[in-house]
Design a protein around this ligand. Structure first.
Ligand code: TMP
Length: 208
């Protein structure tokens, strides 16, 4: 199966990106070989799909189109970056993965869960993370953080508060369904407390 694969999930503004960076710094300090990547993205083709997906546009994007684009980016990313890294003994920290598709395109956009599960497994070549860190935060707080960054909101960030609430509920449902894989951490805690909880989760799971 190769080196560990850890994913980070949460709604917009939950602090995933910061925590991925802090965990990476911690692992680097311990000399643990690892790679940081994200979805959608991680390869030139997947990055082009990312900009297709996230830039606000006039033409309406149908949920089915959105779903297939996320899966296409994933198929490329898994095969060209994640699996080769794991096979060579490099651990992978990934900012979002299949659970994001289940939460966003399934719970929020309303696409049937069985189809999403099938497509996730197909795109990810059956790869399932050894640990998924869920940073849980109420949408109001997450979106306030995103707005305070002062950048124009992307297509998904600009969705309604109700949309983001269902994404959060979707993640909590996934967490309840897979307690052996998920570590849920309160995203409202101070950054250092979250980082400590993340380290505890990874050392319990992988002995890091
Ligand atoms: P990011 O801004 O956290 O990098 O994530 C990109 C956006 O794409 C974010 O709004 C979540 C969304 N997303 C999905 O809707 N489905 C997916 O499968 C993935 C990976 C991300």
């Amino acid at each position: 199966m190769g080196a560990p694969f850890v994913t980070f999930e949460g709604i917009e503004g939950s602090g995933k990106t910061t925590q991925v960076r802090l965990l990476s710094e911690y692992l680097a300090g311990k000399g643990i070989p690892h790679l940081v990547t994200r979805e959608p993205g991680g390869t030139p083709i997947a990055n082009e799909i990312r900009s297709l997906l996230l830039s606000p546009r006039e033409e309406p994007v149908f949920p089915e189109t959105e779903l297939l684009l996320y899966e296409a980016a994933r198929a490329q990313h898994v095969r060209s970056v994640i699996l080769p890294a794991m096979a060579s003994g490099t651990a992978v920290l990934c900012d979002r993965f299949c659970d994001a598709t289940t939460a966003y395109q399934g719970f929020s956009r309303g696409i049937d869960g069985a189809r999403i599960e099938w497509l996730n497994a197909f795109a990810a070549a059956g790869l399932v993370p050894g640990l998924t860190v869920l940073l849980d935060i109420p949408p109001g707080e997450g979106l306030a953080r995103v707005s305070s960054r002062g950048f124009r909101l992307d297509r998904l960030e600009g969705e309604s508060p109700r949309f983001h609430q269902s994404v959060r509920e979707g993640y909590l449902r996934l967490c309840a369904q897979h307690p052996e894989r998920f570590a849920r951490i309160d995203g409202r805690l101070p950054v250092d407390d979250i980082a400590r909880a993340v380290r505890t989760a990874v050392s319990t799971r992988f002995g890091w």
